[in-house]
Design a protein around this ligand. Structure first.
Ligand code: DI6
Ligand code: FE
Length: 402
């Protein structure tokens, strides 16, 4: 006997050969927080509660696999300067950019970080997100990095949170003339402490001309691996530094951004099974012109995920559906690829593909239920109210609210 049976719905399972893995007139059985059955209505068994969904589409809960959700303050002023012609790199070199968010974050309490991040998380949940990855990287000292990760861990009500340590995000001001000293701190103090306290599942770095070199990144990766942590990388966002190949060399879960990725980098990712995470809102917000090589990623068979990159500098966005729309309009992805990018492939980019990302028996009952006639509409509407309900681990938001 299942706990809940959803009926009178269409399921976009995101597996199999049909577009969206669609099962029309589907039924979904839920037991103990997991999917017990996803198939034609005729094959469904008995349940304590039967909920007809009035013809809605059910998809896997959205997985936002790249965010910097926890930070203090914002950078609207800097954005205004950029509108007058200053570039992101100009601002970073002039001591603004990431470092100004670091200042605000260092000054914020854990409770304050939880409070501001919760508001952004609530907006994401209202658009069907059930899993969010959250990076540190605005502390750049042990106390603040761990505080950010603890704050991220407290966002977990109704949301699965994957935490990533991004100590190698920017050089903190106090290490301005001692790059090696900061990388030592990340590798010798921060990663061991974070691994010991189990504050993160993965380690990320920003490999870029304005951030960390491939050699510095490699040291961070080797240390992460030695402490049993998976790795991911901000790679090839503003220039081609060989980050995609480096990520592949360390069997990274994902290489992210990739606007400037080379054929060789893509081939290495394909061989290593490293997912690509594309971040169209950052591309849009920075008014970049070089698009990521979507066609080459497709041909190489690299799984492509889409994420919001929610952060105060380059993507002040808490809308997964907007990111999907932009993946289609700016990067020429199909609506089906965009949805796979926010579900199945995003789960892969987090190493959670056995638990979430598709509608299959045995996976978590994390679902988004949409008032649409076709799943294509999820990437089509901008700013519409499409979510009818969301299930997290088998519990409905509507039921909790009523
Ligand atoms: N790349 C990004 O797009 C964000 N971090 C990164 O490494 C930007 C973060 C910020 O500007 O605050
Ligand atoms: Fe990012």
């Amino acid at each position: 006997m299942w706990d809940v049976l959803l009926t009178d719905c269409n399921a976009a399972t995101m597996v199999g050969v049909a577009p969206y893995g669609a099962i029309p007139d589907a039924a979904i059985g839920i037991a103990q927080g997991k999917l017990a059955y996803v198939g034609p209505r005729a094959g469904a068994g008995p349940a304590h509660t039967v909920r007809p969904l009035d013809g809605a589409w059910v998809t896997p809960g959205l997985v936002d696999c790249h965010t910097h959700l926890v930070f203090a303050g914002n950078r609207a002023g800097e954005w205004e300067m950029r509108r007058k012609g200053a570039s992101y790199e100009d601002i970073a070199r002039a001591g603004g950019g990431i470092v100004s968010t670091v200042k605000a974050t260092r000054a914020a309490s854990e409770d304050a970080l939880v409070e501001s991040a919760s508001r952004r998380a609530r907006a994401m949940r209202a658009q069907g997100t059930t899993t969010v990855e959250v990076k540190s990287g605005y502390g750049l000292d042990l106390a603040t990095e761990t505080r950010m990760l603890r704050a991220a861990g407290r966002l977990g009500e109704g949301l699965r949170v994957a935490r990533t340590f991004l100590g190698a995000h920017a050089l903190p001001p106090e290490f301005k003339d001692d790059r090696a000293g900061y990388v030592d701190l990340v590798c010798e103090t921060m990663i061991p402490a974070i691994a010991r306290e189990k504050l993160a599942d993965a380690v990320d770095a920003f490999c870029e001309g304005i951030a960390f070199t491939p050699a510095e990144t490699e040291r961070v990766f080797a240390t992460a691996k030695a402490h049993g942590l998976r790795v991911k990388l901000h790679a090839e966002q503003l220039s081609d530094c060989g980050g995609a190949a480096l990520a592949a060399k360390y069997n990274a879960l994902s290489a992210d951004h990739l606007e400037h990725a080379s054929e060789a980098g893509i081939a290495a990712m394909a061989r290593a099974g490293t997912a690509a995470v594309l971040l169209p809102v950052a591309f849009y917000f920075l008014r970049e012109t070089k698009k990521p090589p979507v066609a080459a990623l497709r041909v190489a068979g690299v799984p492509i995920a889409i994420a919001t990159d929610c952060n105060p500098g380059t993507s002040p966005a808490a809308s997964p559906l907007m990111a999907m729309n932009m993946a289609c309009t700016l990067f020429d992805m199909t609506p089906q690829e965009a949805l796979a990018g926010m579900t199945r492939n995003a789960a892969k980019a987090l190493g959670l593909e056995d638990e979430i990302g598709t509608l299959e028996a045995g996976k978590a009952a994390d679902l988004a239920i949409w008032r649409v006639c076709d799943p294509c509409e999820l990437a089509y509407w901008i700013g519409a109210d499409l979510l009818a309900d969301r299930y997290f681990q088998g519990r409905s938001d509507n039921e909790i609210a009523s």
